[in-house]
Design a protein around this ligand. Sequence first.
Ligand code: SAM
Ligand code: SF4
Length: 372
Amino acid sequence: MPHGRSVPEVAYPERVSTPAVTGPEPLAVRSGAPIASRPLIDGFGRRVTDLRLSITDRCNLRCTYCMPEEGMQWLPRDELLTYEEQARIVRVCVERYGFESVRITGGEPLVRAHLTRLVEMLAPLGVDIALTTNGVKLAEVAHDLAAAGLQRINVSLDSLQPNAFLALTKRDDLARVLAGIDAALEAGLDPVKVNCVVMRGVNDHEIVDLAAFGREKGVGVRFIEFMPLDAQGAWTADQVVSASEILERIDAVFPLTDRPVQGGSTHDHVEPAERFRYADGIGDVGVIASVTAPFCEQCDRIRVTSDGTLRTCLFALDEFDLRAILREARDEDVDDLLAAEIERAVAAKWAGHHIGRVDFVRPNRSMSQIGG
Ligand code: SAM
Ligand code: SF4
């Protein structure tokens, strides 16, 4: 399998002539009757069904691949959407376009107070609710989140060695993260997964140990290629360990089945990870090849930042202002205007990111400011 020293060219989906976006009727012909949900389809024929909802840009760790130790400028609190505003956006996505899943993220979502309240507001929408967290505060709230309606959780864990964890995150919190993973399992969140960003020369020597940890705990580990979204702008291609190299290293110790797992659980079609089972039947492992083999062709998601801008890709350069609609429009117009803006954004969604190409432009927000 090829190793990830450079970033290869990738294939992108073709633009389809019709349909661009299959959305609600124009406002003028609305009858006021309940609006039936219709698929939201982008210009490349991809249906959008998944919302990544960032609820804060703040964080209690300083992962080196994400943000600097000092100097991040946090958004003023009044610029963050309220939970009510966030729930309204999710409701519009679910009611009008049949969205199936929402993932709450950040920054670190557990540093925002009373997250269970947002989960309780989303639960009646009948949508699959997931959370991505660094796990530091998870042990304190895992049971309450599960009781409120949270179903699935991804906990980030990039090292099992306290010193390496401290060097990577600038905080001495490994024990709390491990306790958070245990609490999530005890609370019945299912699945519990571990996200691990691999950086060459930083934590790539722990790939097999992290895979072993996942097998012992019964949690699927998802190894993620390092993307050029660190706030410092220090990313270079030679720090990326390719998904194929990660799989080779694991396979050498814990043999993997030849073919990736197809489907298997309700929301596998939205999972960017390519998953492989261990040949001995003990669990699986996934790789997210965002750099060397992006999944843009299957992309089914949009993102809303904590200050209420809609982005159709992590690497998008365009943003659509939902907060202005939520705060400035007449209340009875807000749903329609949100829907129109969501359609406008999705119609403009591009085929895929350009990492590794000469025309690649870094977005002006970093990962924690967009919501990973
Ligand atoms: N704070 C939470 C956490 O760390 O899980 C949620 C937000 S974080 C931005 C979401 C995911 O993005 C995490 O799994 C994190 O490891 C990943 N991430 C952050 N910066 C990244 C980068 N430059 N390349 C790849 N993944 C990154
Ligand atoms: Fe915080 Fe998550 Fe970024 Fe780490 S990856 S600094 S935990 S937002």
